[in-house]
Design a protein around this ligand. Sequence first.
Ligand SMILES: [Zn+2]
Ligand SMILES: [Zn+2]
Length: 303
Amino acid sequence: MTNKRDYYEILNVSRNADESELKANYRKLALKYHPDRNPGDKESEEKFKEASEAYEVLQDPQKRNIYDQFGHQGLEGSGFSGFSGFEDIFSSFGGIFEEFFGFSNGSRSRSRVQKGADLRYDLTLSFMDAAFGTETEIDLQKMEACSSCGGSKCEPDTHPETCRQCNGTGQVSRNQGFFTVRTTCYQCNGNGQTIPHPCTACKGAGQIRIRKKVAVKIPAGVDTGSRLRLTGEGESGIYGGPPGDLYVFIHVEEHDFFERDNTNVVCCTGCAWRYHNGSYLKRQKDTENSKRHPTWPPLSSSR
Ligand SMILES: [Zn+2]
Ligand SMILES: [Zn+2]
């Protein structure tokens, strides 16, 4: 059984909505719930995926027909399983996001939508924080879409123009002897568009470097080498693409007298402890051994 919502209801359109109506309503939802605008927000993520799936089905006459007649189960029966994640959505729709964000003038077929870069942050934790888990804030510097132009690189109320050098193709041809050589257009760097009025806030870069504090929940039991992934906290995407992810690499400091032994915490000074069946067993440390690596006598001989 499926408990998915009705696709028409999700896109807020009537059952006989035409293609332009579907697209207009999907656009509204996609802009509102776009992962770049709601980094790390699970609810928006779900709404974005839900709307994308509804649009994917209803804009395809064949899938829409199956859905109209047999509903969600009919689609599942025909092998449709929706999207598995953002990457899936962006690779399917690609160019439509350029259009939604005002980056496209319709003259190009190749999509420029790009996922933002992933970021790495190295976080050093005390032994106790690593063992018991903690919440911390990290101070991050990253590139984010310019709030003035929304990443379009254009001054508000202005638009990119089709490059006159290459007529929007991004490539120019030049004759060399018998051959015609095609190279990337030097005027627009292959974008097919030029920006007559660059945004003053970001100097036409579309992105600005910001500092941001990101809350990180460290689960108990992380160790040096553990890696946490914070979806959508990387740099913002290009031309309406999804943001990258942030990877937090954990480094755990040594403790003066505790040490990790697999999933146990052992004490290494003078005496040693072992947690077993709900109680701590105390053993005298073998003084011949090194401080950090006491040998364990078998549990059955514990006194
Ligand atoms: Zn800007
Ligand atoms: Zn050009």
